[in-house]
Design a protein around this ligand. Structure first.
Ligand SMILES: Cc1ncc(COP(=O)(O)O)c(C=O)c1O
Length: 508
């Protein structure tokens, strides 16, 4: 064995290792999940002087991490925005890692740079309703890019908006003053994803420059308040850098009226960005596609393939309606991403990037529009079914009629002592934690002022119906588990004094 034995494995060694991985995957997928363990002491010792054997490493990593996985592959995992993956994905992951192409530069990715352009162009045509590609691919612009996720795509879109608002060579804040403005703002609903808070900070605007507007009872931005805000911005010399439309909000899967936003963005000369990280794929679902009407008027659109397009993580997409807008943020470097090249790295915030386009290209081709249509239509129908089951149950309260495939509800304890809002919230927090430990069904939890309401935020359980494997029995089981858990918790607290009960619940 040489000191670089870990580099040059024989075909037999690779096959043996692949078998060990297959066995692990099979073992974890068939095991009843234990509660995910996150906190506690880490078992990290000093780095070994000499490398240990693969078998010894596997043993370590199982004990210290793999044995406590979130069971994302199960049909009753309905809590988050990632889901079990199509069967062809895991082996694609192997191919991708084995070839280790770097998408930053065409020299290190060759044909895959072209594949990425073609894949993004396919989505571009669909989103912007173009019957054919705008023009032959040009080396100095792109229709869009693949990013590490929706957060990065949103950040890039806001970067592009700032470039459009302040296109000169001088620092943007000097241009702001030269244009006669006091400051610059980004406007969207209060249900905007928190990536816009990050973008606002990173673009040196600050949190006060991100204006979050009220929403109506369906979670759509309040247009009357938007008009007032735009008028106030004009009066107070605040430049509207970007207007953000949400197409599928994180908490409720609600949609903004995109045409109305596009009209206003056009009127005030603002960049119009649509965050369709969650809801974009509903373009493939006839019963939902209307909600996206107007997306084709956006300057930029975020999609997140690792959500409803069912790719592995690390696959966001930013699209430009007019590809020349990609030049706004073009950045080059002599060592790799030269101006006259075909290098994708000129147009991305990230530098080195994996060829995750393979996942997306495979999913779009192997599933096709029909495949997505059936998965998405099923998820919306399942969400409605779950909402109906919740409404029928005396201990459960549906908090919002689902617009798409996210269902929010809470458990109502039976005792009149728990009628006050804070106690119900505390109870549901406790219930969620207990549910996580009891398993195996899995839901998430959030806290928001509900659409159409004002005042205190409400704590709620959130079912994200984005699991192609889930069946009606899993939805029913999920509610049974919630109720079982709620009753257990009520019984635990017993029939002590009200104050006592609260203490127990709030101590969770
Ligand atoms: C509406 C919306 N936008 C953006 C994001 C950010 O995506 P990512 O987690 O891939 O960065 C999310 C994530 O949940 C989202 O729901």
């Amino acid at each position: 064995m040489t000191h670089t034995y870990w580099m040059d494995w024989s075909a037999e060694q690779e096959a043996e290792w692949a078998q060990a991985m297959d066995a692990l995957i099979a073992r974890y997928r068939s095991a009843t999940p234990t509660a995910p363990r996150v906190g506690g002491r880490a078992h990290v010792g000093p780095m070994p002087q000499e490398g240990i054997s693969p078998a010894a490493w596997l043993e370590q990593v199982q004990a210290h991490g793999l044995d406590h996985l979130a069971a994302m592959w199960r049909p009753d995992c309905l809590g988050h925005m990632t889901s079990p993956l199509p069967g062809f994905m895991p082996q694609l992951g192997r191919l991708l890692v084995a070839l280790n192409q770097n998408m930053m530069k065409s020299e290190s990715s060759a044909g895959l740079t072209r594949l990425e352009r073609e894949t993004v162009a396919m989505l571009h045509q669909r989103v912007f309703q173009r019957s054919a590609r705008l023009s032959e691919p040009q080396h100095d612009q792109v229709e869009g890019v693949i990013t590490g996720g929706g957060t990065l795509a949103n950040l890039m879109a806001m970067w592009c908006a700032r470039k459009q608002a302040f296109p000169g060579e001088a620092p943007w804040w000097q241009q702001l003053q030269q244009q006669g403005y006091r400051d610059a703002v980004i406007i969207g609903s209060r249900l905007m994803h928190y990536s816009f808070d990050k973008a606002s900070e990173l673009l040196a605007l600050g949190s006060a420059q991100l204006l979050k507007l009220e929403v109506d009872a369906h979670g759509s931005v309040d247009l009357a308040q938007l008009d007032q805000t735009l008028a106030a911005c004009q009066r107070e010399r605040r430049k509207v850098m970007a207007l953000v439309g949400v197409a599928g909000s994180t908490d409720f899967c609600s949609f903004d009226p995109l045409h109305a936003l596009a009209d206003r963005a056009q009127r005030v000369g603002a960049h119009f960005h649509v965050d369709a990280a969650w809801g974009g794929p509903f373009l493939f679902a006839p019963t939902m596609a209307d909600r996206l009407s107007g997306i084709e008027r956006a300057d930029t659109v975020t999609l997140d393939a690792h959500k409803q397009l069912l790719t592995p993580l690390g696959c966001g997409v930013l699209l430009y309606r007019e590809p020349q807008r990609s030049r706004d943020i073009m950045t080059t470097a002599p060592y790799a991403v030269r101006p006259d090249s075909w290098d994708a790295g000129r147009f991305t915030l990230e530098g080195s990037r994996p060829a995750n386009v393979l996942y997306l290209h495979a999913a779009l081709h192997l599933m096709g529009e029909q495949g997505y249509r059936s998965v998405l239509e099923k998820s919306v129908a399942d969400a409605r079914h779950l909402a109906a089951l919740i409404q029928q149950h005396p201990r459960l309260e549906l908090l919002l009629e689902p617009v798409g495939n996210v269902v929010v509800f809470r458990y109502l304890p039976s005792s009149p002592d728990w009628k006050d809002t804070a106690a119900i919230h505390a109870f549901n927090v406790r219930l969620h934690k207990r549910l996580r430990n009891l398993g195996p069904a899995f839901l998430s939890r959030s806290e928001r002022v509900l659409p159409g309401q004002s005042g205190a935020a409400c704590t709620f359980l959130r079912a994200v119906i984005n699991n192609p494997l889930s069946q009606p029995q899993h939805l029913a089981q999920l509610l049974d588990d919630v109720v079982r858990c709620g009753l257990l918790l009520e019984a635990e607290v017993g029939d002590g004094q009200t104050a006592g009960r609260r203490d127990v619940v709030q101590a969770a």
